[in-house]
Design a protein around this ligand. Structure first.
Ligand code: AMP
Ligand code: MG
Length: 957
């Protein structure tokens, strides 16, 4: 019977039957804690919170009580030490206050609209009465001998700071409220409570009671409401409140708390037991989770913040309650599950620590006290392995119950023990807070006045994100409080909407896998998969045209235009074509045609370009072999690619070692006067054009077989973006063994420009390269950032277009090289024909995006389950389209691993998994983040370390 009454009291119901379940009647985990403390005082027995979940009916719990252990000491007033220390929770706030100085970050504002006949004098006196009643509200915090103490100011000396402000209009009132709420307390010198009465009109005022969190919390508002109401009623009547003094004060709690927790050094103490639990529970938890930040995290947070609102509607809330009941979890646990799933999809991984608060009023005597009792818990949420929703809820329930059972260790102690904070840049142990508000209702009953709660915008954020939800008759109403250092309002707003979508998804099918839940809205899905990904490969005229045809068109258009410059020599398009055709004829006589591979091992020279083009003209695919490579690497490439023929010259050949295949030497090629006998070949878009060996992150180098299909759209993209064409002079910088050289050849020779070729020693980044560009009046260069970095600022006066590629480019380089010229960041793996995306022209000093897909290419940013990620979230980049390579020569299984089915394309379509981590900006541009495998590839351009070093040493400073 007594237990029935306790149930009814805690649940605020008239009566409760023996078979009624606590949770069916609206109980939640915080009320369960209160139930436990009531049972403790009434029966002298301690039942754990798990018992309430396992036996939620009165009858069930009665039997648990009978078998429970004897309760700990009750909280009573008693002896106090001369210097009252701070409670554990207070210590952290005091420490922050010392460290950062007075600020509004930890203000607790109570804002009340008062309509009617207000007696301001009575209100001021009533507030004084409340401060007199609660020692906490007249406590100052100062260090004595370096140890912070609570000093309670005697009632007589405790004047409440009371200010009256007259304003005109609601806007001014709101501003006055925010200003009052933003006051920064000096905890050592001032009482931690002050009040501002904003008079808006004759019968309308706004009262701001501002407290510092060090003496208050959400659950303090109910006792504050009760006491202020009683005191005001008494003062309006000309009297003073006659209330029994509080049985205990905050200082008593402080002493009691220390005793209950015991000495952590004593293994039998509560403190030691609970700490041991947390050590295990938090072992290996991520210190900082990945969030889709709009801006990089500053070294020291400003704690400025904003708020974005969202709501679920009553229907979804109803479904949530039903699922919670069905699965034996609290509404909070459902929301927590949704937040964890959301954050996980937003890049946080599968081990998601969330912060939450518990009331911490673990003894009945604390119910009527104003003070700082809340404790912060870390709820580590494991969303790994794609469980069903039901399974995940069960997981969350298990770990939450365990956490609640060990909720007495102050958070600050946990930080010291398990996560000594190494960085002030982020909150320790968790960065995202979740609160489902179920504070006891604070009811202000002031005679003659209608009282309504209003909000104050403190403009602060204690955490990166706080999801603050409240259950209302209209459904869950929520706020995303966000740190302005990190997030824009729009992003916070989108997160709130995503949370609702995740809830919808989770609740739609409790037995379905969590992976079925979509965080993207249908509109967003369309945007990332259609608009941003690039057009579906609708074929345009000219798409897929093979290289020889594109080149022939340039030759026909301007046969006497300069095509190739090498040192003293210049060849026109007509001359170059004649040589190419002649040599192609010779190659054809060796059987070179579609699907034959021809190795080309030559130093940079006219003959080299002629040879490459002749292989293509004959219909074959070239494998460039760098004669400077070590002999074993050359041998490996030759044996792996099994060329039908090796093209070299007599000076180079001996250095290549045993080749074991027919060799054609190009010596005297220029003097050959053979008629053009190149046969007609029918080349298709899927016939290979070249094979490039990339080092890859693991294992031996592998040959990427690149077909002709992507060359036409690559050339078009270059011409559209770089303004390259007849009259332009394009530098050939990249070593021939990299596909970047193919990019330069395409840019030079398929646009009608001149390709500027030079011996390797003239291309050394630094003064040599600068001199070459000036001498040859180069207009277009493609350089890796490392090469740009070592060029003097004024090194490229003739260069109108700089393309950076091959690796991430810094903001500083953009600032240096974009002024006064076109600068573009191009990105792409060999496996998608050199280039997949490029930026718009860059300017200013910002880390450049890698931009958007080039024509003919589609890109997706996907998570590990191949789902598109939301804008702002890091995912892996996949590329498909015209330029997709066939795969790796002779490596079907490796090919199958990296070239996978495109789930968004037509049947049989493939996409390439780049291993690059990127994210979409809100405008649909890609930002490069990192390599997924964290390995540095040798890529793009061949610069020996020694060359970089000597070039660097040539740069002053
Ligand atoms: P490769 O296949 O040797 O051409 O190397 C391609 C790789 O180089 C890409 O997968 C990226 O990791 C990197 N890369 C190429 N271009 C860029 C760029 N503009 N920004 C950042 N990384 C790049
Ligand atoms: Mg490349």
């Amino acid at each position: 019977e007594l237990l029935c009454r306790i149930f009814a009291d805690v649940l605020d119901l008239p009566d409760v039957g023996v078979d009624d379940s606590f949770f069916d009647l609206g109980g939640h985990s915080l009320l369960a804690t209160r139930l436990i403390s009531r049972i403790r005082s009434a029966f002298g027995r301690d039942i754990g919170i798990r018992a309430v979940f396992e036996s939620p009916t009165v009858a069930g719990l009665a039997s648990r009580v009978a078998g429970a252990g004897v309760a700990r000491a009750a909280l009573v007033a008693g002896e106090r030490p001369v210097r009252v220390p701070l409670s554990a929770a207070q210590r952290r706030l005091w420490f922050l206050h010392e460290l950062e100085g007075p600020s509004a970050t930890y203000n607790v504002p109570l804002v009340l609209r008062l309509e009617g006949e207000l007696d301001a004098v009575a209100l001021e006196l009533a507030l004084g009465d409340v401060v007199g009643r609660h020692e906490s509200l007249r406590t100052v915090f100062a260090a004595v001998d370096g140890v912070p103490c609570q000093r309670v100011v005697p009632v007589a000396d405790a004047g409440v700071a009371w200010e009256v402000v007259e304003v005109c209009g609601e806007a001014a009132a709101a501003a006055a409220v925010d200003a009052a709420a933003g006051y920064a307390f000096d905890l050592a010198a001032q009482l931690p409570l002050r009040a501002t009465l904003v008079r808006v009109g004759e019968r309308s005022s706004v009262l701001v009671v501002l407290m510092h969190h060090i003496v208050s919390d959400g659950w303090s508002l109910a006792p504050l409401a009760d006491d202020l109401s009683a005191a005001y009623a008494a003062r309006v009547g000309g009297g003073a409140p006659d209330w029994a003094p509080l049985p205990v004060q905050y200082a008593d709690y402080t002493v009691w708390q220390a005793r209950v927790l015991g000495d952590e050094g004593d293994p039998a103490s509560t403190a030691a037991r609970q700490v041991a639990y947390w050590r295990t529970a938090l072992a290996g938890a991520p210190e900082l989770i990945e969030l889709p930040l709009d801006r990089p995290r500053p070294q020291t947070p400003s704690y400025r913040g904003g708020v974005a609102r969202f709501g679920t509607g009553a229907e979804l809330h109803g479904r949530l309650l039903a699922v919670a009941r069905e699965c034996g979890v609290t509404p909070f646990m459902v929301v927590q599950t949704a937040v964890a799933v959301l954050l996980s999809r937003m890049g946080a991984g599968t081990d998601v620590p969330l912060g939450t608060v518990v009331a911490g009023r673990s003894d009945e005597a604390l119910d009527d006290l104003i003070g700082f009792f809340v404790n912060t818990l870390v709820l580590r949420t494991d969303v790994s392995g794609d469980p069903s929703v039901r399974e995940l809820l069960a997981r969350v329930r298990e770990s939450d119950l365990a956490a609640y059972a060990h909720q007495d260790v102050p958070f600050e102690r946990l930080v010291e023990i398990v996560g000594p904070q190494r960085s002030l840049a982020h909150h320790p142990l968790f960065q995202v807070m979740l609160v489902l508000d179920n504070n006891a209702e604070a009811a202000f009953d002031l005679p003659g006045l209608d009282v309504a709660f209003e909000g104050a915008d403190l403009g602060v954020a204690k955490f990166d994100l706080t999801f603050h939800l409240e259950e209302t008759p209209d459904g869950l109403e929520g706020e995303v409080q966000y740190a302005s250092d990190l997030f824009d309002e729009a992003s916070a707003h989108a997160l709130g909407e995503r949370l609702v979508r995740v809830l919808e998804g989770l609740l739609a099918d409790v037995d379905g896998p969590v992976s079925a839940v979509d965080v993207l809205s249908p509109g967003e899905r369309d945007r990332v998969l259609e608009e941003w990904a690039g057009p579906a490969p609708a074929r345009r005229v000219g798409d897929g045209t093979p290289f020889p045809e594109l080149f022939a068109a340039r030759v026909a258009a301007a046969p006497s235009a300069p095509a190739l410059a090498f040192e003293g020599a210049e060849l026109t398009y007509g001359e170059l074509a004649a040589r190419v055709d002649a040599f192609a004829g010779r190659l054809a006589s060796y059987g070179v045609g579609p699907e034959t591979v021809v190795a080309v091992a030559l130093p940079r020279s006219v003959d080299l370009v002629v040879s490459l083009l002749a292989v293509l003209r004959a219909g074959g695919a070239y494998v460039p072999v760098d004669p400077d490579y070590p002999a074993d690497r050359v041998a490996y490439m030759l044996s792996d690619s099994r060329p039908a023929l090796l093209v070299s010259d007599s000076a180079t050949l001996p250095g290549l070692g045993e080749c074991g295949m027919p060799v054609v030497l190009v010596d005297g090629l220029a003097d050959e006067r053979r008629p053009s006998v190149a046969p007609r070949v029918e080349l298709r878009a899927d016939h290979p054009a070249y094979v490039i060996y990339t080092s890859g992150s693991t294992g031996r180098p592998k040959g990427v077989v690149v077909p002709h299909g992507g060359i036409a759209s690559l050339a078009r993209a270059q011409q559209d973006a770089f303004g390259v064409g007849p009259g332009s002079r394009v530098l050939q910088f990249a070593a021939l063994s990299f596909d970047a050289a193919a990019w330069e050849i395409v840019m030079g020779l398929l646009s009608g420009a001149t390709l500027v070729l030079a011996p390797a020693e003239r291309l050394m980044p630094g003064p040599d390269l600068a001199a070459l560009c000036a001498e040859r009046a180069v207009t277009h260069v493609t350089l890796p950032p490392t090469a740009l970095a070592v060029l003097a600022d004024d090194a490229l006066p003739t260069v109108a277009t700089v393309v950076v590629a091959g690796e991430a480019c810094s903001a500083e380089l953009v600032a240096r090289w974009s002024a006064g010229r076109r600068m573009i960041n191009a990105y792409g793996p060999t496996e998608t024909t050199v280039c997949a995306t490029m930026s718009a022209p860059l300017s200013g000093e910002t880390v450049p995006p890698i931009g958007r897909p080039i024509a003919g290419t589609r890109v997706y940013v996907l998570d590990a389950a191949l789902r598109p990620v939301a804008p702002g979230v890091t995912g892996e980049l996949y590329v498909t389209g015209a330029g997709l390579a066939r795969g790796y020569l002779g490596r079907p299984s490796l090919t199958a691993e990296r070239f996978v089915a495109d789930p968004f394309g037509s049947a049989g379509a493939r996409m390439y998994r780049t291993g690059d981590l990127v994210r979409w900006t809100a405008d649909g541009e890609l930002e490069y983040q990192a390599r997924a495998d964290f390995q540095v590839k040798l890529r793009g351009f061949r610069i020996e370390l020694g060359e970089v070093e000597s070039a660097l040493s040539a740069v002053p400073g």
